[in-house]
Design a binder for this molecule. Sequence first.
Ligand code: F6R
Length: 366
Amino acid sequence: EKGGYDHFMLKEIFEQPQTIYDCLRGRLDAQAGTITMSGIQKYAEQISNANRIIIVACGTSWHAGLVAEYIFEELCRINVEVEYASEFRYRNPVINKGDVIIAISQSGETADTLVAIENAKAKGALILGVVNVVGSSIARISDAGAYTHAGPEIGVASTKAFTAQLAVLTMIALKIGYEKGTLDHDRYMQLLQELDAIPDKVTEVLRSKDNIQAIAEKYKDAKDALYLGRGYNFPVALEGALKLKEISYIHAEGYPAAEMKHGPIALVDEDLPVVFVATKDSYHEKVVSNMQEIKARKGKIIAVINEGDEQSSALAQDIITIPQADEIVAPMLSAIPMQLLAYYIGIAKGYDVDKPRNLAKSVTVE
Ligand code: F6R
């Protein structure tokens, strides 16, 4: 049932070219320039006119929400807030009619996310669900939404569900931005092509597995790790740190790279691995200068970069190269080395990566 892989986690990481493809299939037509999502179409006008989109989720799904915040604000010019479901549900949040809530959940059963949207629904908000498990509680309570179609995720650490969430959220943003007119035709068509090309590029990323395993062996005894990124890759850094904590029990923190100066840089010494998610995007020059700051303090840089980025590779101890992609879709690629690095470090330490201690696959109690 693991399809020849040692663990479900590895199988699910390697399924991603297919799961992303399955998620796009029947929806995205890059040639015709269409995105077909019936649940979203029904409410497209309401979403376009929303004053605010509030995304509620937990854990990895919350990280997907953070990426979506950047994408929606850029393409749709709608104010987006991303909330931990557990905080949102208990703090008497301001919800107005006309607010649109997007709940993101792999299982569709996360208790905090479920109650958060029940509360918001009672206050008149439109609820959209981005859910993997068909017919789950969150899917049923949502007014509309889009399934991620990633298939059953067995490994406790979420992998393929995350990239499928990004694919769905990107399609929704492209559809709304284009209908609203905040996204012009040429850029829209270009981004459809970019999205269409993702499954094949994921296949290319997966070819770095041996390189990533070798890097994992080198750093498996680290006590701490820092993950840094900016812009679209900032949430990917958070996700990388979460994956490492869950699977290898190494203390890790993710930060926006520039925030490092405001405290975390005090941790940096020659024993600290610092993972930079530093693909070529509109933030790249800034990230490179953050890399220089870490190098000057003798931190060991592991850089996820694009092929041919000599400037970054000169600063790094170890590099993982991934194909170039537009910054809007790049997180679906840069997330994959995060997953593999955590996986191989967990394996090198002899842990049960499919069932990390103290964790349950779906958190149905608060
Ligand atoms: C991390 C992980 C958790 C879940 C979180 C939300 O690898 O699996 O952080 O992402 O518990 O779960 P869902 O998406 O099922 O609501």
